[in-house]
Write a protein that binds this ligand. Structure first.
Ligand SMILES: CC/C=C\C/C=C\CCC/C=C/CC(=O)SCCNC(=O)CCNC(=O)[C@H](O)C(C)(C)COP(=O)(O)OP(=O)(O)OC[C@H]1O[C@@H](n2cnc3c(N)ncnc32)[C@H](O)[C@@H]1OP(=O)(O)O
Length: 280
């Protein structure tokens, strides 16, 4: 059975954890075939808080260092939501030191994912704006559930902020310059058929087949010898990653200046208020 291939690894935010005796990320080693599943679980919307970003990096590092694992399926445990992107509350009304720590964690996760030696397949089982989309774009292959609500894209401009150059590079490397330029300026969130058409995802399948499709795709990628595939991935991606590596501190300073502006704080607060008022 396909499911027998998979091992489980759950990323949870500490605030939602049961007793403190349980480890934050669970890494079971029952799997023999070398495929792990990272399930994001930070209800209600899988926002990428500092804690989730940090835990994600630690989990990836463990998998990278454990030679029994060759591939990871990245998916969500929150029904209908892959990830709502970066946690906006981490970018509002906090100290400069906090912004710097948060942004370094965002950089770190992107670098780890983008340059991972593991085969990463995104099983996108929900809506996936901004940072959520970015996570999937760092993967080697994207399978999206065919549900008209499951939009995906980099919508930063609609929040009044700007997708940093390395977000932009990741998108350009996936969909090409013209599609990326239009998508970024307009902050487009693509429904599944459109996402497939522009190449933002590689496959759209019925919702109940996302996981099994990701497993089949994984088998195909794992059929390639690791060393050849890994070197090829590095050839394709390292120049993009190096651009950030060479200027990480400057990138953080730029983020600090940007996010601390009154106008940006106002935009982010208004956006959060709009989300909160939606219910009432
Ligand atoms: C070098 C750098 C230089 C320059 C650039 C600098 C800075 C800019 C970089 C900024 C990059 C940003 C990338 C991002 O990822 S920003 C986040 C973008 N995300 C979104 O736009 C998604 C927002 N959320 C939604 O659209 C909906 O919540 C969603 C469709 C995901 C789910 O809808 P649903 O109806 O199911 O839930 P809601 O009722 O809307 O939400 C439930 C509660 O969750 C809160 N929420 C939602 N999203 C976020 C978020 N991203 N962060 C924090 N909190 C979030 C929402 O407010 C609700 O809260 P409560 O009302 O329950 O308190």
């Amino acid at each position: 059975m396909a499911q027998d291939l998979v091992d489980g690894l759950l990323i949870k935010a500490r605030s939602h954890l049961p007793p403190p005796s349980e480890p934050l990320g669970k890494l079971s080693k029952r799997d023999r075939k070398g495929v792990a599943v990272i399930k994001l679980k930070n209800p209600p919307v899988n926002s990428l808080s500092l804690e989730v970003l940090t835990e994600f990096v630690i989990s990836l590092e463990k998998l990278e260092n454990d030679k029994t694992f060759r591939g990871v399926i990245v998916t969500s445990d929150c029904p209908g939501i892959f990830s709502a992107g970066l946690d906006l509350t981490e970018m509002c009304g906090k100290s400069q030191a906090h912004y710097a720590e948060f942004w370094r964690a965002v950089q770190e996760l992107w670098l780890r994912l983008y340059l991972s030696n593991l085969v990463l397949i995104a099983a996108i089982n929900g809506v996936s704006p901004a940072g959520g989309c970015l996570i999937s774009l760092t993967c080697d292959y994207r399978v999206l559930a065919d549900n008209p609500k499951y939009n995906i894209g980099l919508n930063e401009t609609l929040l009044g902020v700007v997708a940093p150059s390395w977000f932009k590079d990741t998108l350009v490397n996936t969909v090409g310059h013209r599609t990326a330029e239009r998508a970024l300026q307009l902050g487009l969130l693509f429904p599944p058929a459109e996402a497939l058409r522009v190449g933002m995802v590689d496959q759209v399948v019925p919702e109940d087949q996302v996981h099994s499709t990701a497993l089949s795709v994984m088998a195909q990628w794992l059929a390639v010898p690791d060393h050849a595939r890994q070197l090829t991935k590095s050839l394709m991606r390292k120049p993009t990653a190096d651009r950030l590596v060479k200027q990480r501190d400057a990138d953080i300073q730029y983020f600090l200046q940007f996010v601390s502006r009154d106008s940006i704080q106002k935009s982010l607060r208004m956006y959060l208020d709009k989300l909160r008022q939606k219910k009432g």
